[in-house]
Design a protein around this ligand. Structure first.
Ligand code: BTN
Length: 243
């Protein structure tokens, strides 16, 4: 496996940096940046990435099973990141389905998994994580959802130490995922779940579905209790909101 970590001062996007170099990368190669001028979030949104104050990290992995295995994978990434942050002192970090990290009911970090490769072939995955460490209200501009940084919560975690631990533990987790899939991760979701047994809304396109969140199933689908009937929801275009 690869063991390189490129440290970049300024970049368009750490995910893009790895996407542009896929042919030269080995699983486990990573990069971090001080600043992104075209940081991207899920669903085509931008990820505001001011200088020096946050962590912008991407990691490459070649998944031999192909792109179909990637749904559970993105949940596994969130689980591992939350566990790492808890180990380093942020004991209240939680996960929000499918793969945000939350603290005090506000967004602390986002994960963007980008996949290239044809169906049937191995998948090239670029896993990107942005974690808010000390970003100020003035440097962040307008962000259209409630967010928090570690500093505001009174937590100090050294950025380089965090990056190093994340890279190490994500590499280990990806090796496990390659061999065993999502199964070893399923039970680790529940104690981290920010919304377990809470009323939520799911946004699927224009449709709004209300229910009580009841964790996930073995495939990583969100389970929603709708008047006693528990239904699984799986898919990239679903957005979860607290009620
Ligand atoms: C989201 O919650 O919408 C996902 C945000 C992902 C942001 C990270 S920052 C490092 C990496 N490079 C990017 O351009 N995006 C991801």
């Amino acid at each position: 496996h690869g063991g390189r970590v490129a440290v970049l001062p300024v970049i368009d996007s750490t995910n893009q940096y790895l996407m542009d170099r896929i042919g030269t990368l080995k699983s486990g190669d990573a990069c971090v940046a001080e600043y992104q001028n075209k940081g991207r979030g899920r669903r085509g949104r931008q990820w505001i990435s001011p200088f020096g104050s946050n962590l912008y990290l991407s990691l490459y992995w070649r998944l031999e099973q192909g792109p179909a295995a990637a749904i559970g994978l993105s949940l596994a990434i969130g689980i591992v990141m939350a566990e790492v942050m808890q180990q380093m002192g942020a004991s209240d970090v939680r996960v929000k389905w499918p793969n945000d990290l939350y603290l005090k009911d506000r967004k602390l970090a986002g994960i963007l998994v980008e996949i290239s490769g044809k169906a049937g072939d191995a998948a090239n995955l670029v896993i990107g994580a942005g974690i808010n460490l000390t970003m100020s209200k003035s440097s962040s501009g307008v962000i259209d959802q409630g967010w928090i940084n570690l500093q505001e919560a009174g937590i100090t975690i050294d950025r380089n130490a965090l990056a190093a631990r994340l890279v190490t533990q994500l590499r280990e987790a990806l090796q496990v995922f390659e061999r065993e899939g999502f199964a070893p991760f399923v039970a680790r979701w529940q104690p981290l779940d920010n919304y377990n047994n809470r009323p939520v809304k799911l946004l699927i396109g224009e449709q709004v579905i209300k229910g009580i969140a009841r964790g996930i199933n073995a495939q990583g689908a969100l389970l929603l209790d709708q008047g006693g009937e528990i239904k699984p929801y799986l898919g990239g275009e679903i957005s979860l909101r607290g009620d």
